[in-house]
Design a protein around this ligand. Structure first.
Ligand code: IPD
Ligand code: CA
Ligand code: CA
Length: 268
């Protein structure tokens, strides 16, 4: 069902709020000392920069849609219930950020009655803003973007995320890595799921896969891939990628090729 609002306009307003958060993050790049890093759980780092960026986003986005609810990473606002829900990762790639390595990004998705209708991902270092709204196509700084048309796995560059706290799927994951090392142009591990996804959307990668993600890692980027003509699914090929935490995103041909390998390793 389509929401009763002008999504294109809302998307442009959202980009302004996201840019404000990205500028805040940029202003603190290379400045967060080790003593300011907190540990949420195994290998899950956070600093005042993630929380400050989230506060900027929640304040700005609430003004755009006063009745909306939030699912945020850093817990600066409680999740409640509303037709409109923002899925917010204020700083995707926190470990990169804290080690002064690009890329890292602000990622904001919007659901209406449980279905994605908008996504904005702003990479801080290159200052690139990727965005999409429902049936409006996908964009990078005013230019329309599309997934790549490569249909041969051997000519494909893939992205992935290495397991770093949930090792329950390590064995099948390593099996997929071996297969793709032998049968693609190579794999990259950039350390920011939202970036991996939007790089698929604009054709820099043919596909990306990772498990044990959170909805706010996936929501915006996977929606942008779909609006760019790509496919996003979970590891079984179903549409529960945002909330299952497993995602395979790619152009249609390479998504299918990656799905067969990943599903084969994880589910047979
Ligand atoms: C992480 C990054 C990373 C991925 C992790 C995410 P964070 O997000 O996207 O690439 O491998 O699973 O949690 O913690 O930097 O927001
Ligand atoms: Ca994240
Ligand atoms: Ca984060």
């Amino acid at each position: 069902m389509n929401p009763p609002i002008n999504l294109e306009e809302l998307c442009f307003q959202t980009q302004k709020v996201v840019k404000e958060a990205a500028d805040f993050i940029k202003g603190h790049s290379n400045k967060v000392g080790k003593e300011k890093i907190e540990f949420k759980s195994l290998n899950s780092l956070v600093s005042f920069v993630d929380k400050g960026a989230e506060e900027i986003l929640v304040a700005g986005l609430s003004k755009l849609l006063p009745d909306s609810s939030f699912l945020v990473e850093e817990g600066t606002v409680e999740r409640s219930s509303s037709d409109y829900e923002w899925l917010v990762d204020p700083l995707d790639g926190t470990t990169n950020f804290l080690h002064s390595i690009p890329p890292y990004a602000v990622s904001v998705g919007l659901n209406y009655k449980g279905s994605p209708i908008m996504g904005v991902v702003h990479e801080v270092n290159l200052n690139e803003c990727f965005y999409a709204w429902k049936d409006g196509g996908a964009w990078l700084d005013g230019k329309s973007i599309k997934v790549s048309d490569t249909n041969d796995l051997k000519e494909s560059l893939l992205a992935t995320g290495f397991p770093y706290y949930d090792f329950s799927g390590l064995k099948p994951y390593l099996e997929t890595l071996e297969y793709f090392m032998l049968n693609t142009r190579g794999l990259r591990r950039h350390g920011a799921a939202a970036i991996d996804l939007v790089y698929v959307a604009c054709g820099r990668y043919e596909a990306y896969y990772e498990y044990s993600l959170q909805p706010y890692d996936i929501s915006a980027g996977a929606f942008i891939v779909q609006e760019a003509g790509g496919i996003a699914t979970d590891y079984e090929g179903g549409d529960n990628h945002v909330f299952s935490g497993q995602v395979i995103a790619g152009n249609p041909a390479i998504h299918q090729a990656v799905l067969e390998v990943v599903k084969g390793s994880f589910y047979s």
